[in-house]
Design a protein around this ligand. Structure first.
Ligand SMILES: Cc1ncc(COP(=O)(O)O)c(C=O)c1O
Length: 417
């Protein structure tokens, strides 16, 4: 029996119903020019409709974020630093925030220097600047597959060619396959989410991170690392960014506070190593600087200990929600459904039997005001027709659980046809 605050006592779901993990994705590395169109727009706009139950949203529900404390603190910071907040900030960003980030990175076992960090408008801008600095149109960039759709859209907009690498649910890409793809497709840069990636939730072990850096150094391939989920380990220690193993300053590590504090603040960063000056120049001519007030508010939240306090409880919620999610999927989805069991982050990837079409299921669920992210939006080459992404960064309410059960029922009906 489980007690849910202000809700009552509920019968706990049986662990026996937890689905098996998907096998390694066996598809070979594929090279293609991405064209992410209509479908992504549909999924994104469904994800913004408040009347829909968000089972697959990429954003953390504000109820799970320290919204009130953060806004109160932002108002106080605005009062204290009023004049500074109306001026242009330096393109590299507020020194307070860069210094605090550098201090935190020592705790992660990956010391970054404050003067190599550039504050950006979310991790998305950090990735864009990093890609623009290190590649040119027509270059091939290797990514995990499946991977988040906006990254594929970004590569499309920059005229880059995507090489989709098979990715393993637990430990990410396979280095032998990466090496073969680098040779076969003349890869110039690698763009990876090594810690709890979106959507699989895989996390590379330290040894693999070390070997990855050595391989890319030998092949002269740049690594752009997206670490936005690094702080969301459900247990144990935070994974060290791959940058921890880089001695040449060639790894660019991007991050943000969008998955932990508030995506609306748009505060991200990139520790750019040897690329720092180039990025500062580009940032200065692109947006001048990131808005000052959100930077100072995040810095104050970090300094006051509010961030770490929030993370401790947020991680507990994510861990518990994942258990609940697994149990309901195991109970209600078609027989043979598999699901990843990430050790961190906020997504799980569900693989239904081959003949269940996630796009048809998306339409049927949409009619019942239920939203999830169908598999094909996570591939530039139209893969993953029978897959979907679920999020567990939503409050676990009866409404959420009932919608998940309905989705499982719809999938079961579809599996029978
Ligand atoms: C891997 C990854 N990186 C970055 C982002 C977006 O980060 P931000 O909101 O800080 O730009 C997302 C959100 O979907 C993501 O999944």
């Amino acid at each position: 029996v489980e007690v849910r605050p202000q809700s009552g006592h509920y019968v706990k779901l049986r662990a026996a119903s937890v689905p098996a993990e998907p096998e390694a994705v066996k598809l070979p590395a594929a090279r293609c020019v991405p064209r992410m169109g209509e479908l992504v727009l549909r999924v994104l706009s469904a994800g913004r409709e408040p009347k829909k139950v968000q089972l697959g949203s990429g954003a953390v529900d504000p109820e799970l974020l320290p919204t009130r404390r953060l806004m109160k603190l932002t108002a106080a910071v605005a009062r204290v630093h009023a004049e500074r907040c109306v001026r242009y900030e330096a393109p590299e960003g507020a020194k307070e925030l860069r210094t605090l980030l550098a201090r935190r990175s020592v705790e992660w076992g990956c010391p970054m220097r404050a003067d190599e960090i550039v504050i950006t408008t979310g991790a998305m801008e950090a990735m864009e600047l990093s890609l623009r600095a290190t590649t040119k149109a027509g270059d091939a960039v290797a990514v995990e597959s499946p991977t988040v759709y906006w990254l594929l859209q970004l590569l499309e907009q920059l005229g880059l060619v995507v090489v989709e690498l098979p990715t393993y649910p637990r430990h990410g890409i396979c280095l032998d396959e990466l090496e073969a793809a680098i040779t076969a497709h003349d890869v110039k840069a690698c763009l990876l989410v090594p810690s709890f990636n979106n959507p699989l939730g895989s996390c590379m072990p330290d040894e693999k991170r070390r070997d990855l850096v050595a391989l890319l150094a030998a092949k002269k391939v740049t690594l752009i690392e997206d670490d936005v989920y690094g702080d969301l380990h459900h247990d144990g220690a935070r994974p060290r960014p791959v940058k921890a193993f880089d001695e040449r300053g060639e790894v660019l590590t991007c991050g943000s506070f969008s998955k932990t504090l508030a995506p609306g603040l748009r505060v991200g960063f990139v520790a750019a190593g040897a690329w720092r000056d180039r990025l500062v120049l580009m940032k200065g001519s692109q947006t001048g600087a990131t808005a000052t007030l959100p930077q100072l508010a995040v810095a104050e939240f970090l300094r006051s200990g509010g961030y770490d306090h929030h993370l401790r409880s947020f991680r507990r919620v994510l861990r518990l929600n994942l258990q609940r999610l697994s149990a309901v999927v195991g109970e209600t989805f078609p027989e043979g459904t598999r699901m990843t069991r990430p050790a961190g982050g906020m997504f799980s990837w569900v693989e239904m039997p081959d003949h269940v079409d996630a796009l048809a299921l998306f339409e049927r669920a949409d009619a019942q005001r239920i939203m999830f992210a169908p598999g094909p939006v996570f591939s530039a080459s139209g893969r993953y027709r029978n897959c979907l992404r679920l999020s567990f960064a939503q409050p676990w309410t009866d409404r959420f659980e009932n919608a998940l059960r309905t989705l499982g029922k719809l999938a079961r009906e579809q599996a029978r046809t």
